[in-house]
Write a protein that binds this ligand. Sequence first.
Ligand code: VTB
Length: 332
Amino acid sequence: MTDIVVGPGQVFERILTLELVRVTERAAVAAARLRGRGEEKAADQAAVDAMRRELNALPIDGTIVIGEGERDEAPMLFIGERVGTRKGPKVDIAVDPLEGTTLCAKDMPGSIAVMALAQGGTLLAAPDVYMNKIAIGPGYPPGTVDLDASPEDNIQALARAKGVPAGEITVLVMERPRHEELIRRVRATGAAIRLITDGDIAGVIYTATPDTTGIDMYLGIGAAPEGVIAAGALRCIGGHMQGRLVLDTEEKRARAAQMGVSDPDKKYELNELASGDVVVAATGVTDGALLSGVRFGREVVETDTIIYRSTTGTVRRIKAEHRAMGKFHFEE
Ligand code: VTB
């Protein structure tokens, strides 16, 4: 596969699109075996191990740009780690092998195994800090909402653009003390709030299909790496998103600068968070609004995966039955 050229047409990721499914499927199954055990670290580690094994089998020369942490704090899938067979196109990889570790440990809805693959240098190399995010779905003119506008103005603007009263808008927010004021102000407009305890990659993605998820807008502060992965998916489906890193200490600003962030206050647009062609795959670990969780049958393990490909905007859903992973089969 060495002759595959990264360039117009993006043959490489077309071929790899389906390969990624295997990566997130394996990670999801590994984590799901530890669902509901209250063991966040063990579930995460299982997902990391499985994802790494599968990534290393791919015909790519991949570099982890968003991973489990910086080199000294993460033994595997750390930022800068090279993955793949090295005989293939140079690609950037962003992973969150178990997004929503607590959700998985408590067997609550919404945990997923997720990764993005992009042309080298096109994903924002976000440090592990917070990001203030806003996202809405496709079909609205650019500038309908803005990260720097008040929540009240954003809700009114979105309601106008949608042609509904503010009372028919639903905003998704992560339940955190830091969002108390935001939640109060959103509710004061008449809009509804859906709270999630974790898992804001899916939270942002929900805005892309409001008719199925019931979510019109994402607001609030979540993790920056998750923001970049969500942006990758949103780029494929359409939708608007902005994000700003929360660099509130000298240490964080220095760390961000080391990773190439020259303006600590920059408001990133969707196409700056993920600026090139990207493929995003996510497999459900526990049930959620986006994906079903892994089902363990007597002989068959079932997974539910969604793959977004930005070049064409294709979204595929793959429900798989894995016989070789069934209870009565030996897994490596
Ligand atoms: C989120 C969410 C994650 O961290 O970005 C969040 O997507 C942000 O951090 O699932 P805090 O928990 O510190 O608020 C998670 O909840 C966990 O990684």
